[in-house]
Design a protein around this ligand. Structure first.
Ligand code: SF4
Length: 419
């Protein structure tokens, strides 16, 4: 039985798709990359922006055509959009067999596979022998940023059992994983009994065989001094930190319900930079939030220039039904949003290249994570992507920490050679 899985959206969706994929493989299914060869098609959807939903609708349109040719094809739609717009999907696309919202992945797997054969769910949390693996440590969010759909489709914050997470880390390490990436909408507020996020990191770092630990996403209001200290003191913790700023205008931050001011944010950045040398800070920015003036935007642009993020993920604001900002007047014109996005991206790309260019000629310790064609993909401890050109015995290097010399820079990545 062949399956294909298409993932739209964030790393949490990628993580869920990987777990589902691994479970299907463990149950004798084969992954294919060509939809025409699939017996099962799983579309893992996202609701965070209307563009993500439009992408899913257009995918479903293409699958309808495919199903005309292959009437036995089973189509399953999962993820946040399935939760939010499940009924609409069922009405518009009669070809879809099952729409499953944000349920536990075990349940998703069970529903998908049980229509074909007996399922063994004991390995639900197992991933392939990958060097890097994701572990979801929590779901949902309590923050209710006014633009965000997550609390409405994923529910309130819920942290997973601490011991289960540790067991999962140990199991992945036994299967060859070297780097664990912890995922949650706001990992900083992880709390299971008395165990908070800092304690969780400490315990994972004690597991033999875990070489690197990374995590996302963070919330500036919950990023405390204990967390800064552990990143600074524990060499296994990677120093790439993603801290969404969203805006540098206090008025807009308040309207977004972000619960910090720009001066709180900049203080956090200063604390991080003084405690952690070589830290690599990335961020999210929304341009064109309701009532954002050109002065508000200028503050955000100035912040990008001052803070010098190594990467900015910038998006145009789009009103999402059911969110708190949906009733605000979306008064920044599409043209202004487009222009502001262009300006932010141009500036941030320029800064990224400046930061990476300073690394040319330096020696970096990298973890080799994957082989892509004739190139080894690796990352530095502070999360920069490094590509190392062909070596005859490239598979011998996989999963190793190596010293490489940085030769050149591409947008958002480095090219290196082994020394
Ligand atoms: S912190 Fe805000 S933006 Fe992030 S998931 Fe929660 S509500 Fe959404």
């Amino acid at each position: 039985m062949n399956y294909m899985i298409k993932t739209i959206g964030c790393q949490i969706n990628v993580c869920n798709s990987e777990i589902i994929s691994d479970m299907l493989v463990n149950n004798g299914f084969f992954e294919v990359k060509n939809p025409e060869e699939a017996n099962i098609f799983i579309l893992n959807t996202c609701s965070i922006r209307s563009s993500a939903e439009q992408k899913a609708f257009s995918y479903l349109g293409r699958l309808e055509i495919l199903k005309m040719k292959n009437k036995k094809l089973k189509i399953f739609v999962i993820g946040c959009m399935a939760e939010r717009l499940g009924n609409i999907i069922k009405q518009r696309f009669k070809t879809v067999n099952l729409v499953i919202g944000n349920k536990d992945v075990k349940y998703v797997i069970f529903k998908i596979v049980s229509s074909f054969q007996h399922i063994d769910t004991k390995n639900t949390l197992v991933s392939n022998n990958k060097i890097v693996n994701y572990i979801k440590i929590m779901t949902g969010c309590n923050n209710y940023c006014t633009y965000c759909i997550v609390p409405f489709v994923c529910g309130n914050e819920h942290s997973f059992n601490f011991n289960t997470i540790l067991n999962r880390c140990s199991m992945l390490v036994r299967r060859g994983t070297k780097k664990i990436i912890l995922l949650g909408q706001n990992v900083n507020s992880y709390k299971y009994g008395n165990v908070d996020f800092t304690m969780l990191l400490k315990q994972i770092a004690r597991i033999n065989g875990v070489e690197r630990i990374s995590f996302m996403t963070n919330h500036p209001k919950d990023f405390n001094i204990d967390l800064i200290n552990i990143i600074s003191n524990e060499p296994k913790i990677c120093t790439n930190i993603h801290i969404p700023m969203q805006s540098a205008s206090d008025r807009i931050l308040k309207k977004m319900n972000r619960k910090y001011t720009y001066s709180n944010y900049i203080k956090l950045i200063d604390n991080l930079r003084s405690a952690i040398p070589n830290i690599n800070i990335t961020t999210d920015i929304i341009v064109g939030f309701p009532t954002e003036t050109s002065m508000d935007f200028k503050k955000t642009l100035n912040a990008v220039q001052t803070i010098k993020f190594s990467k900015v993920y910038a998006f145009k604001y789009s009103p999402r039904p059911n969110t708190l900002s949906y009733n605000m007047i979306d008064d920044v014109t599409p043209l202004e949003k487009k222009e502001r996005l262009k300006v932010i991206l141009k500036e941030s790309n320029k800064i990224s290249v400046e930061i990476l260019s300073k690394m040319i000629g330096s020696v970096q310790e990298v973890l080799t994570e994957d082989i892509i064609g004739d190139t080894i993909k690796a990352t530095t401890r502070c999360g920069y992507k490094v590509f190392i050109k062909t070596l005859d015995n490239k598979y011998n290097y996989l999963g190793k920490q190596l010293n490489v010399k940085i030769k050149t820079v591409k947008i958002n990545s480095l090219i290196a050679e082994i020394i």
